[in-house]
Design a protein around this ligand. Structure first.
Ligand SMILES: [Zn+2]
Length: 392
């Protein structure tokens, strides 16, 4: 089964503007009604699109039976590896969970990918279209190998072969968790990225970003990730697993506030954000340093949209202080145009976001070359879905 460019365009239109009749689709896609009907029929056969029931269609007051994204027939498995933890869950093609997440907490020295492989059989289903595996850090898009990642503290490259074997012939895509978050934001908000956008994840000791150019993920040079968290400032901060000192993700961390090394004191940052004590000088330094890094990134990239995804969104004084500091650091002509939104979301280790990356690979042009086909893949396996190269 292949997803063609024409099928993907129809899926994308239905995703963001649906439900739509076949004649609406033909008009929006600038193709003949016959062509629209033919592509829709193929997608109905694949179980990705369905007709709305007469009842719901009548409620919408449309004379013809509209088509919608079909969420029940096919499923996507999200598999998220994060430091010390693996989460797996099955989702419908429309992005809703079909099961409760299966979680494995890792003991020191345990292999995250072996644990992920062991979780897989519990979540696979005969109608699983594909498995999307996400990790923080860098994924080599050619081999699917995981390069530098905070989930693999040994700083070595890791093969996804154990997961590929457990996938039992179901296609596997491997990607960066921030790109998965960007996929999740655009698909779940039904707001297409039409311009250049920057999504920033801000958590305790974890700062990352995804850059979208014309709505498509920018993978950077070869390895493809955007290491905003390792922007270094000339400050005394706990040493970073990347080998550097003064990395912003070590400055905006519990360790920095406690003056201790990494991981020694989780929870301090959140407690201090909650307390919002007026004389908390060290917290002030952490927040203003973060704002400086973000202002510089925005000035350099000139995105139209900035999405700040953070589990700390409920601390309003933090969000308002941070966005005010960011805006103060923007060049005037950029500050007047950039839209900054805040998304109350924890990115790390979310199987749901991993599944969104898988759905993006099917629905959105420019997202499908995430599919990893490592050289050592079992040649006898018969993938049930192959995603055709996207039309760029
Ligand atoms: Zn670093």
């Amino acid at each position: 089964m292949h997803i063609t460019d024409a099928q993907r365009q129809l899926l994308k239109t239905l995703w963001f503007d649906g439900p739509l009749s076949r004649s609406d689709l033909s008009r929006l896609l600038a193709i003949t009604p016959n062509a629209a009907g033919g592509i829709a029929a193929q997608l109905q056969q694949l179980g990705l699109v369905s007709e709305m029931t007469a009842e719901t269609a009548a409620l919408r007051g449309r004379p013809k039976t509209p088509l919608q994204i079909e969420g029940r027939r096919q499923s996507i498995v999200g598999l998220a590896v994060s430091p010390g933890r693996v989460e797996a869950c099955r989702f419908g093609f429309a992005g809703h969970p079909l099961d409760r997440p299966h979680v494995k907490t890792l003991t020191a020295g345990a292999s995250p990918l072996a644990a992920a492989a062991r979780l897989l059989p519990a979540v696979l289903h005969p109608r699983t279209l594909l498995i999307a595996l996400t990790v923080p850090g860098l994924v080599d898009q050619k081999s699917g190998n995981i390069m530098l990642s905070s989930a693999f503290p040994d700083a070595k490259s890791h093969s996804v072969l154990p997961v590929l074997k457990a996938a039992a012939g179901i296609p596997l895509i491997v990607g960066n968790d921030l790109h998965a978050a960007a996929a999740g934001w655009t698909l779940s908000h039904r707001r297409p990225f039409t311009d250049d956008s920057l999504l920033v994840n801000i958590a305790d000791g974890q700062i990352g970003a995804a850059i979208l150019i014309n709505g498509k993920p920018n993978r950077g040079c070869i390895l493809g990730a955007n290491e905003l968290g390792h922007t270094r400032l000339p400050m005394a901060a706990p040493s970073c697993y990347c080998g550097g000192r003064g990395c912003i993700e070590r400055i905006f961390s519990s360790g920095f506030l406690a003056g201790k090394s990494r991981g020694a004191s989780k929870g301090i940052l959140e407690a201090r954000l909650r307390a919002n004590a007026p004389g908390d000088r060290r917290l002030g330094i952490a927040v203003s340093s973060l704002a400086m890094v973000l202002s510089n990134a925005i000035n350099f990239l000139r995105p139209a949209n900035v999405i700040i995804a953070t589990p700390f969104a409920e601390y309003r004084h933090f969000i308002s202080g941070l966005t005010a500091d960011i805006r103060r650091g923007l060049l005037p002509h950029i500050g007047s145009r950039v839209e900054i939104s805040v998304w109350n979301r924890c990115i790390s280790g979310s199987a749901h976001l991993a599944a969104w990356l898988g759905i993006a690979g099917i629905v959105l042009p420019g997202w499908s070359d995430y599919e990893a086909q490592p050289e050592h893949q079992d040649r006898h396996s018969t993938p049930r879905l192959q995603i055709a190269p996207a039309d760029e």
